[in-house]
Design a protein around this ligand. Structure first.
Ligand SMILES: [Cu+2]
Length: 179
């Protein structure tokens, strides 16, 4: 008699847990499809000790670069305690790929008001491809504690209307070139 009651109670809780897990799966699938939410998946390694000497992340190569197909690639370095460069211009309504890496410790990369959000792990290149629709400035605070200067570590992503997007003859664009 008593055993039956216990079994029934267990069965009720099995159903409750199954419903809870089912709801979580539905939320994950819905946000994946509607908000393009997914775990970081770019496993691309880089030597943090030499990335400033040669290759993609040398200082002259940082910032926004328009590609031949009209898309834009933005390269930046997150370091103690700044993002280099500090102001990132991007055109509204175009595909933008952000590539970030760190030469020292773990940093965080987030563009306020958008779903751009990733960790920047030394030894890896974090990459996010997205499109920004609203023009204006978005604050980019470092959101992984990285040391004593962490609270001063931030940059700005400046989404420009098409007429203010004026890259130079090499396709490079900086905030100084904004008319
Ligand atoms: Cu930081």
């Amino acid at each position: 008699m008593d055993e039956r009651r216990i079994l029934k109670a267990e069965l009720r809780w099995v159903i409750v847990v199954a419903i809870a897990v089912g709801l979580m799966v539905i939320v994950i699938i819905t946000t994946t499809l509607t908000n393009a939410l997914h775990p970081p998946s770019n496993v691309e390694t880089i030597d943090p000790a030499t990335l400033h000497l040669a290759g993609e992340f040398v200082e002259a190569n940082l910032g926004a670069q328009e590609n031949d197909d009209g898309t834009v690639t933005v390269r930046l370095v997150a370091t103690q305690f700044a993002f280099v460069p500090r102001c990132l211009p991007v055109p509204a309504g175009r595909q933008v790929t952000l590539r970030v890496t760190s030469p020292d410790v773990l940093h965080g990369f987030i563009v306020a008001g958008t779903n751009v959000n990733t960790m920047v792990v030394p030894g890896y290149v974090a990459e996010i491809t997205t499109e920004f629709d609203k023009t204006g400035d978005h604050l980019m605070p470092c959101h992984e504690y990285c040391g004593l200067g962490h609270s001063n570590m931030w940059a700005v992503l400046r989404v420009l209307p098409e007429e203010e997007w004026n890259p130079d003859e090499n396709g490079r664009m900086t905030c100084d070139l904004i008319p």
